[in-house]
Design a protein around this ligand. Structure first.
Ligand SMILES: [Zn+2]
Length: 231
């Protein structure tokens, strides 16, 4: 019994260490952002108060003097930024409302929205991911407002993320919103966790792409890629 327990402990420990290594390599776990069922029991204001308290502890532990004029507002500022800005895409209430319009123009060529500004945060290091998203779809019976494409990108970017999951979440949302599989998403981004720490590589960037429906065909995919390459 004792031996088994010890073995279990060792296995547990190894698993945990492997998990950490996997996270450092930015492996994706699943398509849904892992949230607890009670994720939104607290109000935004309650979350800000709690996070500010914890952040104050972090700063204090680092040895910073919280009575200093320049620092004393930081815990609240960071907490508010987390809840109301950079992680607001966690809350389903902030999901953009997408109204579908009938495709009256009968425009059924590719529509590309390129160079959508993307600000996200690496969920393994909580530092920025900065880049561009390019999305495209081929309208069937429905179209949506152009700005909604940007809003969908922003909603999924404003949460702790891994780029692979973010790409898939945006693609799936577009498919649902537009009621078509003919959707493409390409994201090119710089990860501050790669640039400013770890391997300290400031020149590499990460590209992810998802092609649905017709975009799996070479012809459509290369048209999309040629559009986003044009300057
Ligand atoms: Zn990272």
């Amino acid at each position: 019994m004792k031996l088994n327990e010890t073995l279990l402990n060792i296995m547990d420990k190894q698993d945990t260490e492997n998990d950490f290594e996997a996270m450092d390599d930015h492996m994706m776990s699943s398509l849904e952002t892992p949230l607890r069922p009670d994720a939104f029991d607290l109000t935004d204001q309650e979350k800000i108060t709690i996070i500010a308290g914890h952040f104050k502890e972090i700063m204090h532990t680092l040895g910073l003097d919280l009575t200093d004029d320049s620092l004393k507002g930081t815990p609240h500022r960071v907490a508010k930024m987390y809840v109301k800005e950079i992680f607001q895409g966690l809350h389903p209430d902030n999901k953009p409302v997408i109204r579908r319009f009938e495709n009256k123009y009968m425009y059924n060529r590719m529509l590309v929205e390129r160079d959508i500004t993307l600000y996200s945060s690496c969920e393994h290091h909580f530092v920025p991911i900065i880049g561009k998203a390019h999305v495209a779809y081929i309208p069937g019976e429905h179209v949506i407002g152009l700005s909604k494409l940007n809003r969908i990108v922003q909603y999924y970017a404003r949460r702790p993320q891994v780029q692979e999951r973010m790409t898939m979440q945006i693609a799936n949302e577009l498919k649902q919103a537009l009621q078509t599989e003919d959707v493409a998403v390409l994201i090119e981004a710089d990860h501050l966790c790669v640039m400013s720490r770890g391997v300290n590589d400031v020149t590499s960037s990460t590209i992810t792409a998802e092609y649905g429906g017709l975009f799996q065909e070479e012809h459509y995919r290369s048209e999309f890629l040629s559009h986003i390459r044009k300057k």
